[in-house]
Design a binder for this molecule. Structure first.
Ligand code: PDD
Length: 285
């Protein structure tokens, strides 16, 4: 089955889905994006993704290319045309195509909207969760507004590649005080020696992950203890459990940090239970 992408008003074969060479996303990474999980052919937490997308556009002063309900229709249509049951839908909006100049283009320049959808290997993800993943830590060298979901991801790209080259699946960024901020494409969590869940409080140094948001409800429903505060690399090394959250990985247990086993080196009971219950708390429409 051939893949289809939405590009500025048209559904095109994936291989011929192109944007202009002077698109500001291509030249300046002047744009924003969202990744939404698809489960059973339906969008997971669409409302929250749309809210965050609107916030990212407002923060960068990019006009919305269409209303949010209309965008929801495009997302669903892209999922349908690609026959995705379990996977992700990716939406990207840039400030549009214009003659190259760093400052904003003339008012009225149309923002560019692209949407793609693809299947994720459900069984492979489950197998990975049953085994757990390794992470490495490295200095957080990103700009100070990573709370905006912008497509400017060069430090994240380099961090993820460094992780892959060291046999790990994720890189955790560390701030100048030795505290973990978040992963290259996920939020970071540990379960402390005392059995308390720790994740950094929302500030401009992390993305407000929507999986993180929903997981707070799961944690409260399971009656677990939670503290939203930054934790150090040392605390992570000494943790009972560790895991990451993102729309594509949900709750993914971490079993090694910088080559050291976390707890007994196997996925933790808390992470596993949170992963199991997650979708009962998400909005699936
Ligand atoms: N990444 N932090 C960063 C830097 C991220 O890129 C992501 C998501 C998250 C988790 O956000 P959410 O729970 O809303 O997916 C945190 C997406 C999945 C990506 O870039 O592919």
């Amino acid at each position: 089955m051939s893949r289809v992408a939405y590009v500025n008003g048209r559904y095109l074969p994936h291989g011929r889905a192109m944007v202009h060479i002077e698109d500001r996303g291509y030249q300046f990474s002047d744009g924003i994006y969202e990744v939404c999980e698809v489960r059973g052919g339906r969008l997971v937490d669409e409302r929250r993704h749309m809210e965050r997308l609107a916030g990212s556009l407002a923060a960068l002063r990019i006009p919305a290319p269409m209303s949010l309900p209309a965008l929801g229709v495009v997302l669903r249509e892209t999922v349908r045309r690609n026959r995705v049951r379990d996977g992700i839908v990716y939406v990207q909006i840039t400030r549009g195509a214009a003659r190259r100049d760093h400052a904003f283009p003339a008012p009225g320049t149309k923002p560019a909207l692209t949407v793609t959808a693809r299947r994720l290997d459900f069984a492979r993800n489950e197998a990975m969760a049953a085994e757990g993943i390794a992470v490495i830590t490295l200095p957080d060298n990103r700009w100070e507004r990573v709370d905006i979901k912008s497509i400017s991801l060069l430090p994240n790209v380099l961090a993820k590649q460094a992780a892959r080259e060291q046999g790990a699946r994720e890189a955790w960024f560390v701030d100048s005080q030795g505290r973990i901020t978040e992963g290259a494409s996920s939020n970071a969590w540990i379960v402390s020696r005392e059995g308390k869940l720790l994740t950094r409080a929302l500030d401009r140094r992390i993305l407000r992950g929507l999986t993180r948001t929903v997981l707070l409800d799961v944690i409260s429903a399971q009656g677990l203890k939670l503290e939203e505060r930054a934790f150090t690399v040392e605390e992570a090394y000494a943790a009972r459990e560790a895991f990451i959250t993102s729309a594509s990985q949900i709750v993914m247990p971490v079993v090694r940090i910088d080559g050291r086993p976390v707890g007994n080196g196997a996925p933790g009971l808390i992470a596993t239970a949170l992963r199991r219950d997650y979708h009962a708390h998400a909005e699936i429409a």
